[in-house]
Design a protein around this ligand. Sequence first.
Ligand code: PRX
Length: 648
Amino acid sequence: MHEHAIHPVSPEWAANAKINAESYALKYRASIDDPDSFWLGEAQRLDWMRQPTKIKNASFDPDNFHIRWFEDGTLNLAANCLDRHLDKRGQDVAIIWEPDHPDTPNRIITYDQLYKDVCRFANALKADGVKKGDRVTIYLPMVPEAAVAMLACARIGAVHSIVFAGFSPDALAQRISDCDSQIVLTADEGLRGGKKVPLKANVDAACEKAKVRTVIMLRHTGADVPMVEGRDVDWHDAIEPHNAECPPEEMNAEDPLFILYTSGSTGQPKGVLHTTGGYAVWASMTHEYVFDYRPGEVYWCAADIGWVTGHSYVVYGPLANGATTLMFEGVPNYPDFSRFWQVVDKYKVEQFYTAPTALRALMREGDEWVQKTSRKSLRILGSVGEPINPEAWDWYYNVVGDGRCPIADTWWQTETGGHMITPLAGAHALKPGAASFPMFGVQPALVDPTDGHIVEGATEGALVILDSWPGQMRTVYGDHERFIQTYFTQYPGKYFTGDGARRDEDGYYWITGRIDDVINVSGHRMGTAEVESALVEHHSVAEAAVVGMPHDVKGQGIYAFVTTVAGTEDSEDLRKELVQWVRKEIGPIATPDVVQFAPGLPKTRSGKIMRRILRKIAENDTGNLGDISTLADPGVVDDLLANSPHAK
Ligand code: PRX
């Protein structure tokens, strides 16, 4: 299929890895044939307050739909991430914080210290009136207090909802209101690549639309920000009166742990809800096996805590495993393009995990930036968030890893809680660009999108998962019907991922990308419907249709077709204004790459926009537009083609 070399498992990895080919096969079989025994065993990686005796109780059958794991067990995830490590590892480093700029002092936080910080902050939350089950919105930059806030919520049984600190006030307000959270945790400002992000000002603006009782604000850059009397509290004032003892709340395995909003193919982002026990087992197990993690190693996942990768692989997975997790405030290209690799050398990082978009951006700048650093400490590299093109894979492998470090191309989703399909370095020969094989307990299958029947062998199809796994989301917060509707109705009895995939003759899975109306921009999910609804909010816009387009660095870019209201001049100024408008409405990650004015959109006679045609135009693949005879007015296509930027 491709000429890129296949890399067999090295003898060292085969001999020393936690999972080798034989143990993978045995464990995988056991996880499917006897899930109860397998998962009871894996559950022992956690400390339970009450051991579960009921392990798997789940069915995707539409008539008997339910998902429960470890349902009579109780535990506290913060205690699993902290308390149980104190005896042996209290003095070990839990979090290394590397700031945006290398000259700013870093922070090294031991498990003892993190435990105290979490308990104090948990007490501060309780003093504010936060109780078990209450939602807490976190809008913080990449600072250790973000992890403290998450763990403090988990400790008292509050449900955190982290909103990425790049989202706009409107997007924040909507997420605060949707889960009715009374409290927001933020900082004066964030700092990324030397640029300040006005977090507190954004919270203030969001609070005009959402009802909030308390805002706790961390002083980070020291900016002068106004405080609202009776609502805003300084973080340090909030913790000041409290001691470092806060008993962990006893949580049922199925009690909610967090909500994380993510984009879907329709409507506004949905609150993906994860529960405690299954998620914890999943995050811990996958972190240990996929990264072959051993205590004492310095592990670095470069994702932001605003995304699920930050939840599972910066905070919960590593800390549950007693790891040293590196938290990086900055960006790969600041102050220069060596930044990632200098940080690797500074702390002797052994596992490094990032997104292909970052690799593609760095790859363009040339190998020197990498080669002037050592990177000898690296043992394994990870990739996440979007398909990694074989060229970027080869660069990661040969230039960053000097041909020594296996790459785990981990396919998973906000909904899945953790890794689902990934090669394991000690078990699987690597094929550049292939997500490869299922994690224990995961039963992937491909279905024919036209009729939903399962297709076997080397073929392509829509990627579904046939049965439940512990880390699976349990519901869409406040809208269980939407959960069922979104994931389980397209192919009844199966979880539909939204992705397409190919399985090759060796059984490797290759993810081909989203096949629904979700686009993946720099590894971030964006619903085309969200961008469309932001555009039509603008007074000059009558109608908008948004599709993905190929983009060299971002993977996919955003291509918007816009019909303006009658009498509007489709000017260059308006085009720029619309781009800014979307940035303001949603956030910079939603910035359209192309806005094409279109007097009409291609619609069927029943008024449905034929996105297939728009996608082809955006991809500049206009040789064969397929059958356009069902369009109400086939003439609009000529106009779209003539005015596409590709035509110019
Ligand atoms: O399309 C897949 C892509 O990212 C989507 C999930 O996005 P999100 O929920 O934001 O989670 C991102 C971090 C897990 C998937 O439906 N995706 C994620 N990882 C990969 C991937 N596509 C191909 N290969 C991957 N390794």
